[in-house]
Design a protein around this ligand. Structure first.
Ligand code: BT5
Length: 319
């Protein structure tokens, strides 16, 4: 958020404060104060004006300015009511040289998963893509996918949801099928895209598709989805998005902390898995995750390190 706007907001939240007082405090003209107040009202902030001055009464439920307000992470938030794909928009911004931008949408009309799969994104979700320019080699890029999964899992856990991470990019919630069998429902998925040379990343776009205040019936049933609202009731998407951004910002500043944090919430470790990799199928026990994000599978004969693939959790083998 622009600095003067932020200072106006801070003053209004401690208000009431008169226009002339505010102008003096911020060293701007009274007309400039009025313009800022009007712009804030247009962005959905409710600013009362009485004899004692202006006062902030309500913050918008969701949106760019709403998420930036009080955000403890250095992201500019670009909000869209509806957009084909926040990842596509973030890639365009990357082409324009932008950095530390969060593209956020209420609805996506062309959301994408990995391998160009469709990602259902009805209104009520948190469809979010972060454009960052880390000073790391391209091989470290998978750590950003893991960091995003940890950030989403932590924010969801704070909201009261038993969120876990399934390697490499799914945030899931354990539950039971209709017949009582254990199952995991997908709460969020992550799609990371990047550009750069081998020795240095130019940009990374980390797309997070979080089923927030969405009816699971509006999502593809065969994907076994769940949503925050189905788990704990509607959440405050403004606060939730802020928490995701803040957690992600902490993790990216200390990439070494990502894998241990990931292990803490992992549901994959210790499970029998089948991983579809570009080089073929691997079945065995998932025993560890290594920096920057590879899964180590013990096949019984050997330990295989898998860097990419679709992972399925299998039922344990009967003893
Ligand atoms: C993912 O792909 O899980 C990555 C999803 C990333 C979406 C975000 S939203 C913001 C940003 N902008 C974008 O355009 N994309 C990113 P993958 O692991 O390939 O999973 C895709 C599969 O999940 C689909 O084939 C469906 O079976 C299932 N699916 C689709 N929509 C879903 C949803 N809303 N919730 C749960 N599962 C879904």
């Amino acid at each position: 958020m622009q600095e003067t706007r932020e200072r106006v907001l801070d003053a209004l939240s401690e208000g009431p404060v008169t226009g002339p007082e505010l102008a003096e405090r911020l060293d701007v003209s009274r007309a400039a104060v009025w313009k800022h107040v009007e712009a804030l009202r247009e962005a959905g902030f409710e600013v009362a004006s009485g004899d004692a001055g202006y006062e902030l009464v309500a913050v918008p439920e969701f949106g760019g300015a709403a998420v930036e307000y009080g955000l403890a992470a250095p992201f500019d938030v670009e909000f869209h009511e509806s957009i084909p794909s926040t990842n596509a928009r973030a890639r365009d911004l990357a082409g324009e040289g932008a950095a530390d931008v969060a593209v956020l949408a209420d609805e996506q009309t062309g959301g994408r998963g990995r391998l160009d799969r469709e990602w259902s994104s009805p209104s009520g979700g948190v469809w979010l893509s972060l454009l960052v320019r880390p000073d790391v080699p391209a091989t470290h890029a998978p750590a950003f996918t893991l960091a995003a999964a940890v950030a989403v899992a932590r924010a969801a856990r704070e909201a009261g949801v038993d969120a876990r991470i399934k390697w490499p990019n799914d945030v899931v919630v354990p539950g039971e099928d209709a017949d009582g069998a254990e199952t995991e429902r997908k709460l969020a998925g992550i799609l990371t895209e990047m550009e750069g040379e081998a020795d240095r990343v130019s940009w990374v776009v980390v797309g997070m598709g979080i089923n927030a205040n969405v009816d699971p019936g509006d999502l593809p049933g065969d994907a076994r989805p769940t949503t925050l609202s189905a788990e704990v009731g509607d959440v405050d998407r403004r606060v939730f998005t802020q928490r995701v951004l803040e957690e992600f910002d902490d993790l990216r500043a200390d990439l070494e902390s990502v894998v241990p944090a990931w292990r803490e919430h992992a549901t994959t470790l210790g499970k029998r898995v089948r991983v579809d990799t570009p080089g073929g199928e691997i079945v065995g026990e998932a025993v560890d995750v290594e920096f920057p994000g590879a899964l180590v599978v013990d096949t019984g004969d050997e330990r295989v390190t898998v860097t990419a693939g679709d992972c399925e959790h299998l039922r344990p083998v009967e003893e």
